[in-house]
Design a binder for this molecule. Sequence first.
Ligand SMILES: Nc1ncnc2c1ncn2[C@@H]1O[C@H](COP(=O)(O)OP(=O)(O)OP(=O)(O)O)[C@@H](O)[C@H]1O
Ligand SMILES: [Mg+2]
Length: 365
Amino acid sequence: MTREKVEATLGASVQIRNLKLIYGDFTAVDDVSLDIAPGEFLTMLGPSGSGKTTTMMAIAGFAQGYSGSIAIGGRRVDELPPHRRNIGVVFQHLALFPHMTVADNIAFPLVMRGVSKGEIAGRVRQALDLVQLKQLGDRLPAQLSGGQQQRVAIARALVFSPPLLLLDEPLGALDRKLRDTLQLELKELHRKLGITIVLVTHDQVEAILLSDRVAVMNDGRIAQIATPTDLYFSPVNRFVADFVGESVCFPATVRTVDGDRCGVEALGGQRFQARHLHGPRPGETVEIMLRPEHVRLDEQRGMENAIEGTVIDSIFLGDHSRVRVAVSSADTISAVVDNRGTSRGSGERVRVGWAAADALVLPPN
Ligand SMILES: Nc1ncnc2c1ncn2[C@@H]1O[C@H](COP(=O)(O)OP(=O)(O)OP(=O)(O)O)[C@@H](O)[C@H]1O
Ligand SMILES: [Mg+2]
C-alpha cells in the first residue's frame, strides 16, 4: 500500500441520515442526509442562518433532541456525549482559556482524557509544531495575534489525533491576507494527516479552494452537494448558481429539447441554444444562467448565441473589466473582459455572445 493510502485510512467516515432539528416552531435543520468519505475534506457553505453550525453541533454531540441518526466510522454516536465521539472541534466563536498558556490550552483535551504527563508534553510539542507555533507555548492567548489564536485552537482540536475534525468558520474573523495563508496551511494539514475534515464557511472562494466536495446549505437543507467544479459549472438551481461564483440569469421558454441541448426563446423573442441537466419540456418556463467570464463582446467565432446590446457601464477591476450591457428593456448581461483589448464606453452598441455549452438551463426560480 502506498503512503497516501495508509494515511487516507486515518480519517473516519460520517453518515448522517434524515437529520432534523427543531427549535420551538422553527426548523433549523430539515431532513439532511449526507455521506462523508474517510479522509474527505467536506465544506458546508451557505448564508447566515442556513443551519451550518446546528448540523456541526449535532455531529459533535452538542445539539440536543435531534431526530435522524449520525454514525462516525460506521458506529452510531447518537447516544454518546461529545467527549466520547473522538472528534476535534473548533467552534465558530473559538474559546481559548484566557488564564492558561498556549501549551496548557493545547494540553487540556489530553488532561481530560487522563493521558500521562510525560506523554502530554511530547504531544503538545508535536501539535505546536504542526501549526507552526513552536516558540509560543508559554504565552497567554491575549499575547497572540488573531491568526495565532486560530492556530492554537486548531492544535487543541488535533492534539488527541481525532479521525474527524470539525471547523466552524475557523478563519472568519481574520483579514484576507492571513486567511489566504491559513487556508493553505489547512489544506497542507489535511494532506499530511489524512483525517476527515468538515469545514463551515460562507466564503465561496475558501470552499472551492479547500474542498473535495461542497454542500451548499439553504434554509436548513442541502441545496446541492458536489465537487467545486460541478458546483460551479453545473449548479442545480438559481440559488446555488448565485451563491457560488457570479452569474447572469434571465428567463426563457423552452421550445425544443434534443439530447442535452435545448432551443429556448428569451430576451424579447430571440432564439438561443443552451445546455440542460434537469430535463425540461417544451413550453416550460426556465432560467438561463451564464457566467460573466463566458460572455464575449464583438467576437465572431465559437459564439452559437449572440444578441445586440448597449453598454451601460464598464468597471475597471485591475486585470479585467466588468462590462454591463442592456440587451432588452428588462435584461442586462455582464461580461468579464480582459484589459488588453479596447475599452467600452457607455452607450456603445456591442454584440454580446456566448457558446451554447456555457448557457445552462435552470428550473424556474
Ligand atoms: N438555540 C437556538 N434556539 C432557537 N433558534 C436557534 C438556536 N440556535 C440556532 N437557531 C436558529 O437556527 C437557524 C440556524 O442556525 P445556525 O447557527 O445553524 O446557522 P448558521 O448557518 O451556522 O449561520 P451563521 O453563518 O450565521 O453562523 C438560525 O435561524 C438560528 O437563528
Ligand atoms: Mg454558524
